[in-house]
Design a protein around this ligand. Structure first.
Ligand SMILES: [Zn+2]
Length: 331
């Protein structure tokens, strides 16, 4: 798997490993050297850190070729010297060592810098929550979308597509607006609002639904593409991919990609898991099919160290005010 910025990821990974190895929380002078303490605390920490990193960022870590900086902690204690050369005046108890390890793991789990916030919208329409609670949950009104974009722009944010993000054009002040499923109101309602704000966006299309009632037509999707909006794939029929065989998943993923590419005459690079559901096969297939990113429904921001095939998003629900949305992407 690849990271957004492999070089940055590598540098950050090495840097973090170095920080962890020498001790982030207490700085070197407060750490015992293995030589003086006789306890391989730093080695344990490095092992724990490596384990924690593997848990928190498996793709990024797997990208990192073993380097002396990354492996020395596991191979040689002298390399883990505190740098002071002085004996520690304070013995480290087991509980203190554990605390130190926990602190280091917590540091490792801190995300790398934000590269963009990916907003997740579905319908842009008015829905009565009493009549259709599920539909309401997936909808924002036109004025809400309008106000969201106004508030974000006033707060200094600008908009990119998922392809832009994959190309490294993200930054903490960039927002990738996404619309799932290819509903008709994406064209009739969202599109004019986006144009008004000169904002771009990515539309994830369920290719097998195109042209059906409540969904966009191919003509409309082609227009969006011509106007510079990104079209992404969202499978043929919106199944729960995690419950399908590999072959069935391949049909859904590749099938939608080929169908949409044939209609818009351009390659697709962005995928969205239906309902955020996927398994290990899905991850392989999406990459093999040439997608550069895949979005989930997990909450959060995209970071420099994020796996591009496990990108979290900010779900914009009908009850979130523009002010709250700005606050959320600032956090
Ligand atoms: Zn969907």
């Amino acid at each position: 798997m690849r990271s957004f910025h492999p070089e940055t990821g590598l540098i950050c990974g090495v840097y973090i490993a170095l920080i962890v190895a020498v001790g982030w929380q207490g700085w070197p002078s407060r750490l015992p050297t293995p030589k003086n303490s006789g306890r391989p605390i730093s080695v344990q920490s490095a092992q724990m850190a490596a384990h924690a990193a593997a848990i928190s960022e498996p793709a990024s870590v797997s990208d990192l070729e073993p380097t002396p900086e990354l492996t020395f902690g596991l191979e040689s204690t002298p390399a883990l010297s505190t740098g002071t050369g002085k004996p520690s005046s304070r013995p480290v108890t087991t509980s203190a060592a554990q605390l130190l390890q926990n602190q280091r793991i917590a540091e490792l789990r801190k995300p790398t810098p934000v590269t963009a916030h990916i907003l997740m919208y579905h319908y842009v329409r008015v829905v009565d929550p009493k009549l259709d609670p599920e539909g309401y949950r997936l909808s924002v009104t036109a004025s809400q979308l309008d106000n969201d974009l106004t508030a974000l722009q006033a707060a200094g944010y600008s908009f990119i597509t998922m392809a832009d993000l994959a190309a490294g054009r993200g930054s903490p002040k960039k927002i990738a607006v996404t619309f799932d499923d290819g509903y008709a109101d994406a064209y009739t309602t969202a599109y004019p609002i986006l144009v008004k704000h000169r904002a771009t966006a990515t539309f994830f299309i369920i290719s097998g639904k195109v042209g059906q009632p409540a969904y966009m037509s191919w003509d409309e999707i082609r227009t969006l593409h011509r106007r510079g909006f990104e079209i992404g794939a969202h499978t043929l029929h919106h199944p729960d991919l995690s419950r399908l065989t590999t072959a069935a998943q391949q049909k859904e993923i590749e099938g939608s990609k080929l169908a949409i590419e044939a209609q818009i005459g351009a390659p697709l690079v962005s995928f969205c898991y239906p309902a955020g559901r996927f398994n290990a096969d899905t991850l392989h297939l999406v990459q093999e099919d040439g997608f550069l990113t895949a979005t989930t429904t997990e909450p959060g921001a995209a970071h420099a160290g994020s796996d591009p095939y496990l990108l979290p998003r900010v779900r914009v629900s009908p009850t979130v005010t523009p002010t709250e949305l700005v606050r959320e992407v600032r956090s």
